[in-house]
Design a binder for this molecule. Structure first.
Ligand code: GEK
Length: 242
């Protein structure tokens, strides 16, 4: 049963920094759908990328897998079952629940969920790597190195799907999209106070960058074919093919 997210509905005199703890994990499915416009679209398109790019006898990685929504999209769209899907998240609250959520799958699906820092995980022989709204939580000084390791781990033809909250160099556009995102959250039932308290809690935790910065970094680590394939307000998804 999905619990409704009302974590920021009561006034907090001093807002705590956002953490992926039990309280967040309990409401996370509801929180992300009502906070990220286009989230469910992206999840189903991760299935489409999987159908097109997953190769037999390779690994498919879901980095920052949370409750396993992308992991499940990969698993259920593999053209054959000869791939192993690895989900990694450094929040025990998330990985415990993720493992439970995936128990619905029949035995022929090969997957493992690890509670680990993705900066330390071994990556190899990959045909699919998903960073679905995870890179934004990684310190900026580690982002290049992580993407370089992903590039090195991918086999030729393998794909990285990178989804992120994005910023815009033009201040006016930044403001407009931020306001529209606020309006989206209101339309999902969040109050002004919830929106504002969550924003404060995420301030030093989620560090967004511009689409140009992401595309440049992907290019710098070696990807030749990259593009922004989805955008809804200030949320975007890129693919990078090796
Ligand atoms: C989805 N991809 O539903 N190592 C491992 N995990 C990390 C790290 C790290 N260093 N830093 C953050 N995380 C999911 C949604 S949520 C996005 C991803 C969001 C994990 C963190 O614990 C959390 O579960 C996830 O990255 C980000 O498709 O909350 O906006």
């Amino acid at each position: 049963m999905t619990q409704q997210d009302n974590l920021f509905a009561t006034y907090q005199a001093k807002t705590q920094e956002f953490q992926f703890d039990d309280a967040v994990a309990n409401v996370f499915s509801d929180m992300i759908k009502r906070s990220v416009p286009g989230y469910e679209n992206i999840i189903s398109m991760i299935g489409v990328f999987t159908q097109a790019h997953a190769k037999s006898d390779t690994f498919c990685y879901d980095l920052g897998c949370s409750l396993g929504a992308s992991t499940l999209a990969i698993l259920t769209n593999l053209p054959n079952k000869q791939c192993k899907v690895i989900g990694i998240d450094n929040s025990p609250a998330m990985t415990e629940r993720c493992k439970k959520n995936l128990e619905i799958l029949p035995n022929e699906y090969h997957y493992e969920i690890f509670c680990q820092d993705i900066l330390e995980t071994k990556l190899e022989n990959a045909s699919i790597v998903v960073l679905n709204f995870t890179l934004q939580f990684i310190a900026q000084e580690h982002r290049n190195n992580l993407l370089q390791r992903i590039y090195n781990a991918l086999d030729p033809g393998g794909v990285l799907i990178l989804s992120e909250k994005i910023t815009f160099d033009d201040e006016g556009k930044n403001h407009l999209f931020t306001e529209l995102h606020h309006a989206f959250k209101k339309s999902q039932g969040y109050s002004d106070m919830e929106i504002s308290q969550k924003r404060t809690a995420l301030e030093n935790v989620l560090i967004p960058e511009s689409a140009a910065t992401h595309l440049q970094r992907l290019h710098d680590v070696g990807f030749k074919q990259t593009d922004l394939w989805f955008q809804c307000l200030n949320f975007a998804s890129f693919f990078a093919i090796k």
